[in-house]
Design a protein around this ligand. Structure first.
Ligand code: HEM
Ligand SMILES: *[C@@H]1O[C@H](CO)[C@@H](O)[C@H](O)[C@H]1NC(C)=O
Ligand SMILES: *[C@@H]1O[C@H](CO)[C@@H](O)[C@H](O)[C@H]1NC(C)=O
Length: 327
């Protein structure tokens, strides 16, 4: 009797130990991001990043848009790991020159400034991938957009992938179906995709990205809008880089005008207008055009979801000393 009890007690103890071990192991394997990640190791990290981001946007308002886009173009390519920030080097082929980024993605130097400010207060602690995520939130907030609590603890890649970048970053010529499927592979729903596209309420696009659309004379674009945009976007290649605001009404503030534009067939890019063009996402666009508060809260949730795409955590990846190169 006594022996039997002892055996079963010790087996309970060893099972409990096994369960604890498994919990520890599984949390190590899929370490979660957490908003308090730097609370002990770098309590001033968020404040330091915010100061750098705010001064950059105060110098140039468009930078808010550029920084939000940079986080997006990071997360869609092998996860939110700052791979987009790596320059060409003997061991790296940079993502900066793929068609979706070349002469287009910008703000790299602002992330470098934020990184060096953070390195001054806590060297070797805060990842470039986290700085991108925080910068996107600070940028949105600064230009009147939603704010949210950023989850932290991402680490930086030691690799970049131009081939994944060219495959996984959307193109302005993509159909609604391709866009839905691409965002779907990243775990983002149609609603997430429409909300995130609402970042085109700020920022600029180059003539080369909307020329075909404004000269198409199609029924999917407002004729007056097309004619206005043609003035600064000639048919010749030397106008390729001429800029136009993605939101014609309020290009410098983060609001829901982007969706109102789509209802009037005044989306600048084809990939904007396909969101409201008789397809499955029309109802979401209408809803966001009517209810800014719903857009705001969906945008914040979708940014958090996007920031969660395949992060490197735990002992994967590194903390880069400078964002443009591996240590
Ligand atoms: C749905 C698929 C998308 C496509 C095809 C697309 C494409 C583009 C293109 C072609 C430009 C103009 C680039 C240039 O002319 O240099 C642009 C700008 C921009 N995109 Fe997107 N985009 C998409 C989704 C998103 C998402 C999800 C975000 C953010 C979460 C975003 C944020 C921005 C911002 C803020 C700008 C302005 C950047 C600046 O002024 O520097 N876009 N996008
Ligand atoms: C990127 O742009 C530069 C300058 O406009 C151009 O010379 C280069 O060929 C482009 N790179 C790629 C890979 O297309
Ligand atoms: C569309 O209309 C414009 C202005 O009326 C004209 O210059 C252009 O050639 C037309 N484009 C097409 C593709 O028909």
């Amino acid at each position: 009797m006594v022996t039997a009890v002892r055996i079963s007690l010790s087996s309970v103890a060893s099972r409990a130990a096994a369960v604890v071990m498994m919990l520890l192991l599984s949390s190590a394997c899929q370490a979660q991001l957490s908003s308090t990640f730097y609370d002990n190791t770098c309590p001033n990290a968020l404040r330091t990043i915010r100061t750098a981001i705010r001064s950059a946007i105060a110098r140039e308002r468009r930078m808010a848009a550029s920084l939000i886009r940079l986080h997006f173009h990071d997360c869609f390519v092998q996860g939110c790991d700052a791979s987009i920030l790596l320059d060409n080097s003997p061991s790296i082929t940079s993502e900066k020159f793929v068609i979706q980024n070349n002469n287009s993605a910008r703000g790299y130097e602002v992330i470098d400034q934020a990184k060096s400010a953070v390195e001054n207060v806590c060297p070797g602690v805060v990842s470039c991938a986290d700085i991108l995520a925080v910068a996107a939130r600070d940028a949105s907030e600064y230009v009147g957009g939603p704010s949210w609590t950023v989850k932290l603890g991402r680490r930086d890649s030691t690799t970049a992938s131009p081939s994944l970048a060219s495959r996984d970053l959307p193109r302005f010529t993509d159909s609604l179906e391709s866009l839905l499927s691409l965002f779907g592979t990243k775990g983002l729903s149609a609603r997430d995709m429409v909300a995130l596209s609402g970042s085109h309420t700020i920022g600029q696009a180059q003539c080369v990205t909307f020329r075909d659309r404004i000269y198409s004379n199609g029924s999917d674009i407002d004729a007056g809008f097309a004619s206005t945009r043609r003035r600064n976007c000639p048919t010749t290649a030397n106008g390729n880089g001429n800029l136009a605001p993605l939101d014609l009404v309020t290009p410098n503030s983060f609001d829901n005008n982007y969706f109102k534009n789509l209802l009037q067939k005044k989306g600048l890019l084809q990939s904007d207008q396909v969101l409201f063009s008789g397809g499955s996402t029309d109802s979401i666009v209408s809803e966001y055009s009517r209810t800014p508060s719903t857009f705001s809260s969906d945008f914040a949730s979708a940014m958090i979801k996007m920031g969660d795409i395949e992060p490197l955590t735990g002992s994967s990846g590194i903390i880069r000393r400078i964002c443009s190169a591996v240590n």
